[in-house]
Design a protein around this ligand. Structure first.
Ligand code: SF4
Ligand code: SF4
Length: 266
């Protein structure tokens, strides 16, 4: 089994491979919880999906503008061609936000080498500078010297691109995170849930570390230490509502409609 959203991760199978113990736990989990069968459409590829639908009722609050957590800590995938083109077409704005061009020029690179790197290098910056001079995800930036945001998303918003276009431009894992999608090695079936609590232990992320799907954590001292304002309880909404558009454009209308239909029935 593999973690579907990490299939194009720069550190390849070290990240996307599900180990045998976790695979066993995942199979057991999906054989015991209530699920529905549907189809996901990921960047044009249709895959049968078994969905732990009840998790879509879970409360979530993606208040990224007020969050100080560095969930853009590293590059989540080898960038797609269209994202590279978008950055090159908006290089000045990208540099104003991230300072990456200035930094690489200060390190001795010519503008042409920087552009070539955006076109060809896995993380859109030369390997030697990743996690050193270009720390965190290449595309991340600090808004007003504080909250970490995504330059791809911000540039797209400034250009009035719609949500579908934004989901198409950003790495899919960034739009769909923290949804967990495991897939068979031959890509025949995907299994969808959210990061779990301590009971299952097969997901790539841990539920108890993600305040956007864990209100209790957002009120805890450890979260408040880095996010003094915390999150408002009233801003938490069911996941299917908080992520409605993202689910539609990231996994397809059929997937979204099947989930909603099932949740309305129950
Ligand atoms: S941890 Fe959640 S709320 Fe915070 S920036 Fe990341 S996705 Fe947004
Ligand atoms: S959301 Fe943007 S900045 Fe954050 S990890 Fe994804 S591409 Fe990088």
């Amino acid at each position: 089994m593999k973690y579907l959203l990490y299939l194009n991760h720069p550190h390849d199978e070290k990240v996307y491979k599900v180990n045998k113990t976790k695979e066993k736990r995942a199979r057991k989990y999906f054989s015991t919880v209530s699920t529905i069968e549907t189809t996901i459409d990921i960047r044009g590829e249709k895959i049968k999906a078994i969905v732990d639908y009840d998790i879509f009722n879970k409360y979530a609050n993606f208040d990224c503008f007020h969050c100080q957590d560095d969930c853009c800590g590293d590059n989540p995938m080898i960038y797609e061609k269209k994202t590279r083109k978008f950055i090159l077409d908006n290089l000045e704005e990208y540099n104003n936000l991230t300072k990456n061009v200035d930094i690489l020029e200060e390190m001795g690179l010519e503008k042409k080498e920087i552009k070539d790197s955006i076109k060809k290098d896995k993380c859109m910056a030369p390997e030697d500078f990743i996690e050193c001079e270009v720390k965190n995800c290449t595309c991340s930036y600090k808004k007003d010297n504080a909250t970490t945001l995504c330059s791809i998303h911000s540039i797209a918003l400034n250009k009035n691109l719609d949500f579908k276009e934004i989901v198409d431009l950003k790495p899919l894992v960034c739009s769909l995170w923290p949804l967990e999608i495991l897939v068979e090695d031959d890509m025949s079936v995907a299994y969808i849930t959210l990061p779990d609590d301590f009971t299952n232990g097969f997901t790539a992320e841990d539920y108890y570390k993600i305040a956007c799907i864990n209100y209790e954590l957002s009120t805890s001292p450890i979260f408040r230490r880095y996010n003094p304002e915390g999150f408002e309880e009233k801003d938490y909404k069911p996941f299917y509502e908080a992520y409605g558009e993202t689910l539609k454009y990231g996994l397809g209308e059929k997937f979204y409609n099947d989930i909603i239909k099932k949740l309305e029935i129950e």
